[in-house]
Design a binder for this molecule. Structure first.
Ligand code: SF4
Ligand code: SF4
Length: 320
């Protein structure tokens, strides 16, 4: 599943908020490029890059990586390292795929929680969120789950989230909320996300009317409306000018790991064009504090994205 910008940054973290509050211009930011957290504030670990959907706005048609799942031993190595630090990162357990296709997902969450990770998070299309899976995720102590649900009826849903079935997914989510209540649990909190798009007729108010009566705001559930972006150049929804005007903070705050263990600049680099290291042979600390990422920070700080083809197509650095 494709994340949005805020979900990649731990904006609840005070230091991250402070960093984000710094001006995004090189003039102000450049002197600070050497300073970064000892570990990422957020780590995104892609459990799989396989997906059972073919959403109309998703650039999966340009995915060149081999489909696969992260080896559990590699996952354990990453979790043990990041959880050994005092300041543990928010841990995303998804990437450019549907995380519920992974039969080891609840084992991964259980391990992360047992190691002391306070905040685990997935983004899913919920088409496979059947009652047994719902119980497993709740019992594994998943903290937060965003559900991409991009339609308000059968037609608008299947025109956007192609291959998925409106009624099945809707029932899954309704069942999930009931099971969580029956188990007297408050986790995971749900975010029901809508993406207004011409394929689903951008019926934002209908979406709110559908979900507001169903979600449980007393445990922190909410509805979120997001917007289209260019997915690192995989799509061209927003006009990108010639000039890059903003610094992207990801190299200072977040780390994205592909399911084969390679580390890339962010989840928008879904084809692995901007590799910063390989966790099969390196540690998180070695990559985070190593020369490749340090050089990327130095270049990003000067708005120099040459050598970063995904970034130069990214709409976020072309606007303030
Ligand atoms: S659910 Fe849709 S947006 Fe998410 S990875 Fe699959 S095709 Fe892409
Ligand atoms: S500028 Fe690069 S690192 Fe930043 S969000 Fe865009 S693609 Fe990712």
């Amino acid at each position: 599943m494709l994340a949005n910008r805020n979900s990649l940054l731990n904006i609840k973290d005070k230091t991250t908020r402070y960093l984000l509050s710094l001006a995004r211009t090189p003039l102000v930011f450049y002197p600070y490029y050497r300073y970064h957290f000892p570990l990422p504030s957020v780590i995104m670990i892609e459990n799989t890059n396989c997906c059972n959907s073919q959403c109309v706005m998703c650039p999966r048609d340009t995915l060149t990586r081999t489909p696969g799942f992260m080896d559990f031993g590699l996952f354990e190595k990453i979790i043990k390292e990041v959880s050994s630090m005092r300041r543990k990162p928010v841990t995303h357990l998804h990437g450019f795929g549907e995380p519920l296709l992974d039969r080891l997902l609840s084992d991964r969450i259980t391990l992360a929680k047992a190691c002391g990770i306070r905040h685990t998070y997935i983004v899913t299309n919920a088409s496979l969120l059947f009652p047994e899976t719902a119980r497993q995720l709740i019992n594994a102590k998943l903290d937060k789950m965003k559900i991409s649900f991009y339609g308000t009826d059968e037609d608008s849903y299947s025109a956007t989230m192609r291959r998925l079935q409106f009624k099945v997914t809707l029932q899954n989510i309704v069942d999930f909320i009931r099971i969580r209540r029956e188990l007297k649990r408050t986790n995971p909190r749900l975010i029901l996300q809508y993406l207004p798009h011409e394929a689903n007729h951008a019926r934002t108010e209908e979406f709110r009317a559908l979900w507001n009566p169903l979600i449980d705001t007393t445990v922190g559930d909410c509805v979120n409306i997001t917007s289209l972006h260019n997915y690192g150049g995989g799509r061209a929804y927003n006009r990108v000018g010639d000039k890059i005007v903003s610094i992207c903070f990801y190299p200072w705050t977040a780390m994205s790991v592909l399911c084969d263990g390679r580390v890339v600049t962010c989840c928008m680099d879904y084809n692995g064009a901007q590799v910063l290291g390989d966790l099969n042979v390196q540690t998180v600390m070695e990559i985070w504090n190593g020369p490749v990422l340090s050089s990327a920070r130095r270049n990003f700080g000067k708005l120099d994205y040459s050598g970063f083809p995904t970034c130069t197509c990214c709409d976020w650095v072309h606007r303030r």
